[in-house]
Ligand binder design. Structure first.
Ligand code: 5GP
Length: 126
């Protein structure tokens, strides 16, 4: 599978500092920032700094250091937001849309972290 990365996508521009963002966390290989159109009281996007289109692309081709950093960044964001399950009925949902069927809008890997309200069931019928 060949993954074509478009470096003009909006998250590439955020990473280059061409567009501002509301940063929650920055690490060596990852950036987390608030979604511009939040679907829940907490809606944070976590992205790798490397040019990966989807989760499977990242999981197949990123270095171990990038994968560890990205995974730990998600934990750090959850801790920062105080949304870990177990605390006051909190909890969260991770979503990563990929491709056409996944209705991916921005072609740079991102994990949505959603929390702060009851999120309902995982999927609605299309
Ligand atoms: P997708 O549909 O690709 O999974 O999600 C893309 C997300 O990026 C959407 O939730 C959308 O609101 C968010 N988004 C799009 N443009 C921007 C932007 O310029 N800044 C931020 N912070 N989020 C954006």
């Amino acid at each position: 599978m060949a993954y074509a990365y478009d470096d003009q996508n909006i998250f590439a521009k955020i990473l280059r500092g061409e567009i501002p963002n509301n940063t929650v966390l920055e690490t060596e290989h990852s950036l987390a920032f608030r979604d511009i159109a939040p679907q829940a009281p907490d809606h944070v996007l976590v992205i790798p700094k490397g040019p990966y289109v989807t989760y499977d692309h990242f999981a197949a081709e990123a270095s171990d250091a990038e994968i560890a950093d990205f995974t730990r960044a998600i934990a750090q964001v959850c801790a920062k937001l105080g949304i870990e399950p177990g605390t006051d009925g909190m909890g969260y949902r991770l979503i990563s849309n990929a491709g056409e069927a996944g209705v991916q809008e921005v072609p740079h890997l991102h994990i949505h972290i959603l929390s702060g309200r009851p999120l309902g069931r995982m999927l609605q019928k299309a």
